[in-house]
Design a protein around this ligand. Structure first.
Ligand SMILES: [Zn+2]
Length: 341
């Protein structure tokens, strides 16, 4: 052993470089091995990226989505900060919608999953379940945060794009899936306190509400409703390279231009931001659950009081939400068959 120590000490820069290289390639590989069975991998390989419809499907009702978005981003909600009157009103509105849609209450207190943190009081996630046609499959989680920055220096931060848009989208996707159920159960989760550090998503695991081994996938939607270049970022393929052909396949029927980016660490991406931990998909990824995050680039109204409903690009928002639904249906297909024991 002393000889080994000597070797380690003498050539330490070389060992260090080797370890760094290994780490750079680590995440994608490991997750991939943990997640895919041979059959799933074969199924993904059989997906032809350039096949499929070229028209954007019309399954979601954009008028209902806009009504939800406008209600959530209204000045009366006062920016939906966790535990405030506006935040609680938003939460109650989501409960009402989930009830009308017919989702099964899946929180710890009806639809609610309340949690306390040092940064927020009286915060709660809102969670409903769409049973799958195959009860043996692990649920797919469909997440969007409904909280926003509240009132600061007397100004209301409306948070229309961030993230009334994602919240309204998961509700409308839920309405569609009630009529056309997936094989997987879908947990529809409107999460709280994202703006305070992804606290709602973290609470899912810290309170043991979710066991990471029993979650098949996380699809997270955060900011879907506007982009001057009609771009929608698809974040997560670096960590799970098997998602690439799925994104390519969905691109075929997406009116938005999908860009796979913002998920590589700085030493590989250079100046591009890494959004791996920038929204609620982060804690899922940290638990080893594969994820996809759809969201637009930051715009001039991002985290400003001027992020209001009238700025929404309605047709673009319809397309990005349809894209998210297409992707969810594809994930359901890929993992649909029961796992080999
Ligand atoms: Zn957000």
């Amino acid at each position: 052993m002393p000889q080994l120590m000597q070797l380690l000490r003498r050539y330490w820069p070389i060992w260090l470089i080797l370890v760094l290289i290994a780490l750079a390639y680590w995440p994608g590989r490991v997750v991939m091995m943990n997640v895919l069975t041979e059959r799933e991998a074969a199924r993904i390989a059989s997906i032809t990226p350039d096949a499929g419809a070229e028209v954007v499907p019309e399954r979601l009702n954009i008028d209902r989505m806009m009504a939800d978005l406008i209600w959530l981003a209204d000045a009366e909600r006062e920016g939906r900060a966790p535990g405030t009157d506006g935040g609680i009103a938003a939460r109650e509105y989501i409960v009402e919608q989930m009830t009308t849609i017919g989702l099964e209450p899946a929180g710890t207190d009806g639809y609610l999953h309340p949690f306390e943190t040092p940064q927020t009081t009286n915060a709660a996630n809102v969670i409903g379940l769409i049973p799958g046609t195959d009860p043996n499959l692990r649920p797919i989680t469909l997440t969007a945060h409904y909280d926003h920055l509240g009132i600061r220096n007397g100004a209301i931060y409306h948070g229309a794009d961030d993230n009334a848009s994602g919240t309204a989208a998961i509700l409308e996707i839920a309405r569609f899936l009630m009529d056309y159920p997936n094989e997987h159960p879908i947990l529809v989760m409107a999460l709280d306190s994202e703006e305070w550090g992804l606290l709602g998503a973290r609470a899912l695991f810290e309170t043991n509400f979710l066991d990471p081994r029993n979650v098949a996938f996380n699809l997270n939607l955060d900011m879907l409703s506007r982009d001057t270049d009609q771009l929608l970022y698809a974040v997560g393929t670096y960590h799970n390279p098997w998602l690439r052909p799925l994104v390519q396949r969905v691109q075929r029927e997406s009116g938005a231009r999908l860009v796979m980016a913002h998920d590589r660490p700085w030493w590989r991406a250079g100046r591009t931001e890494d959004w791996t931990l920038s929204s609620d998909h982060g804690p899922f990824h940290e638990q080893g659950i594969p994820f996809m995050y759809f969201g637009v680039a930051d715009h001039p109204d991002y985290h400003r009081p001027t992020d209001t409903s009238d700025k929404v690009d309605v047709e673009f928002y319809r397309k990005t939400s349809e894209t998210a639904l297409s992707f969810l249906l594809l994930i359901d297909q890929v993992f649909a068959e029961k796992r080999n024991p």
